[in-house]
Design a protein around this ligand. Structure first.
Ligand code: SF4
Ligand code: SF4
Length: 410
């Protein structure tokens, strides 16, 4: 179960592309609602199954007390029932300090920080209430976050205004040693021919940089290529793992009303998208109706060879771009058609070279666990000033048989 708690609509920033935050009447989630939401997820999720709690906003660290109470309450439930809880906070980073990072490390809270990249790209949209860019204030905090939380993710929103710095921004963030980068194209923006051409150019540059890093044996996650390569390898299998609006995930508004996903919460006033509340639980009939609308084949996609790999199934994305869960925006379609061949070039290039890291990353089911162990070891050594060169060398010299699960796909 993925439970997203919109702890508040309040935010210290005014990003120009924001689809949540201060544009809605200020509302904080009370501690009572937050705890009830956690108890509801615990009561309705089968014993032993994990619950992922995502703290969202506005800026969730505006309500740091509530966040901390939620984590402590979940930890008590974990101790009493052995239920695994995982936590993630999605933050603009400006309120992150050493005390919060210590709390996050103690409770294994994953930090996902929003930064659009180099100064020009970031300040193009991520402004404060006075319209001033926030890069100068964020940059030292980014370094602090990376130092204390090596698994921290960075989300970059790509807009027509920031696209020309995309590859430079990704390289800058890798240079700060962030390894998990999540690009989020602002599909709802005005993408004209010129900005789309620039996006293609930037993706091609990124593809070359991706291949070069893989050849050097550097581990990282870059969603735009990784997810498309996975979709090629797994095909229909992956299609079955997709979200089906509200099944296995729910977003809770500050009021306690429930929605299928973050984009549906908005001003918390659209009755047709509300699927329940934390007191009476989910409205199963309504959920089934939404899922049925979502899963119906889309006439605009009929016969398209990319259906199994395309994002057109995402209700949240459709909602944000067309206002309807079952209608795909032409920008989403064009973007998918542009990205897919570039991602496939990356996959084919590395497959043909039998790149060891590529095989390990995409064909070894144990990769996420092994990679996490390696990173934990690296972080431990880094904090103690110990060199892991000898370990790296041993890993690089592992015999070929250690690359398991490689299956044939040319
Ligand atoms: S930091 Fe997030 S919630 Fe705040 S204005 Fe920016 S996008 Fe919106
Ligand atoms: S690429 Fe376009 S037509 Fe094809 S499945 Fe995606 S949205 Fe539909």
């Amino acid at each position: 179960m993925h439970l997203t708690l919109h702890l508040t609509h309040a935010c210290n920033l005014r990003c120009t592309y924001c689809y949540t935050g201060e544009k809605f009447p200020r509302g904080h989630m009370s501690e009572k609602v937050a705890i009830r939401a956690i108890d509801w997820s615990h009561e309705t999720t089968p014993p032993g199954e994990e619950i992922d709690i995502v703290f969202f906003g506005g800026e969730p660290l505006v309500r740091r007390d509530t966040l901390e109470r939620c984590v402590e309450h979940s930890q008590r439930l974990r101790a009493e029932t052995r239920r695994p809880f995982f936590f993630k906070v999605i933050t603009n980073g400006l309120l992150v300090d050493e005390a919060f990072l210590e709390f996050a490390n103690r409770h294994e809270i994953l930090i996902s920080v929003s930064c659009d990249g180099v100064r020009e790209a970031h300040d193009a949209s991520r402004c404060d209430a006075l319209g001033r860019g926030t890069w100068d204030r964020l940059e030292p905090r980014l370094r602090l976050i990376r130092r204390e939380n090596p698994y921290a993710q960075v989300t970059l929103v790509v807009t027509p205004k920031s696209v020309r710095w995309l590859a430079e921004s990704v390289e800058w963030l890798f240079g700060l040693r962030f390894r998990y980068l999540h690009l989020q194209v602002q599909h709802e923006a005005e993408w004209d021919r010129r900005s789309f051409r620039e996006l293609r150019r930037q993706y091609r540059r990124l593809a070359e940089l991706y291949v070069a890093r893989m050849r050097r044996g550097e581990k990282f996650f870059l969603n735009c290529f990784d997810s498309k390569i996975h979709s090629y390898i797994q095909g229909e299998t992956l299609a079955h793992q997709r979200c089906s609006v509200g099944r296995g995930q729910v977003s809770v508004a500050p009021s306690g009303r429930m929605y299928p996903c973050v984009s549906f919460v908005g001003a918390d006033d659209r009755e047709e998208h509300r699927v329940g509340d934390v007191w009476s639980g989910l409205d199963e009939e309504k959920l089934a109706g939404l899922a049925c609308r979502m899963q119906r084949p889309k006439p605009s996609c009929e016969g398209c060879a990319l259906t199994d790999r395309c994002s057109h199934w995402c209700a949240c994305l459709n909602m944000r771009t067309t206002g309807r869960i079952d209608r795909v925006s032409p920008v989403v379609c064009e973007h998918e058609r542009m990205l897919m061949p570039i991602a496939d070039w990356v996959g084919n290039t590395l497959w043909k070279e039998r790149n060891r890291l590529f095989l390990h990353k995409f064909y070894n089911r144990a990769y996420p666990v092994l990679s996490h162990l390696e990173e934990t070891l690296e972080h431990w050594a880094e904090q103690r000033g110990i060199s892991l060169d000898a370990v790296d060398e041993a890993i690089a010299n592992l015999p070929d048989e250690s690359v398991a699960f490689a299956t044939g796909k040319e």
